[in-house]
Write a protein that binds this ligand. Sequence first.
Ligand code: NDP
Length: 257
Amino acid sequence: FRLDGKTALITGGNRGIGLAIARLFGEAGATCVLTSRSQTPGLAALLEAHPDRYRWVQEDVTDPEAGARLVAATCEAFGRLDVLVNNAGNQHVSPIDEFPVEKWDAIIAINLSSAFHTTAVALPMMREAGWGRVINVASAHGLTASPYKSAYIAAKHGIVGLSKTTALETAEDPITCNAICPGYVLTDIVEKQIPDTMKEYDMSREEVIKNVMLKRQPSKEFATVEQLGGTATFLCSEAGDQITGTTISVDGGWTAL
Ligand code: NDP
């Protein structure tokens, strides 16, 4: 699929799934604005290799004003915004009765509210341009639950609901909105959960990967960031014109169980 002439805004674009989506969009011909709080070597290399194709904007998406600033920055950089990928996310693992309130608030702000703020500003522009794609990176945890991840699961179920509502409000426009629901992908957000999960279940790293994480992923394999990038690219294609308001699982069969 080609995305020549299209511009994407990708939150959480400095590593992991967001960076892979940016790579695949770029290879398909799109220009991209990537945002995160920090730079990474992978992001720096991409910016240096393709200065005309990628821009990076530093933002903390817990700020409700960040969404409007990001959309404005995208228009300033490339004159348009066609594809919005709400991908920034974070996690904290703890029982509900010990869950720090500030962690709850941050997880809801980053994984859910930030998508509301960007979408609210992006939709009128997409309507005016006569084409648009909103792609929300939810999770298998947007469709199922696990213990000790209350805020993340609430936020991911929330973004699935937001995706459906966005789809209905744009159903008569040439705009689609969907949620991609990955199973486990071995990125930083997963690496960071391993020590806490080891403590919680009193297991080794290998046991956590095999018996906790991939236990629910029947393929027994992590999904890859490239597979997520490919799914996002597909949703931007003409084949995706009537795919809206749904969830696309990339989870090795997790949600089939
Ligand atoms: P990473 O931890 O590698 O990436 C998270 C991204 O979010 C980073 O770019 C990070 O940048 C950004 N981010 C976090 N907090 C903020 C903030 N306050 N403001 C701006 N940006 C922020 O994780 P993944 O690539 O794995 O995750 C991407 C998405 O995929 C997330 O929504 C995640 O929930 C979802 N997902 C991941 C799965 C997995 O197994 N990996 C499974 C299911 C869903 P920085 O820290 O520099 O700000």
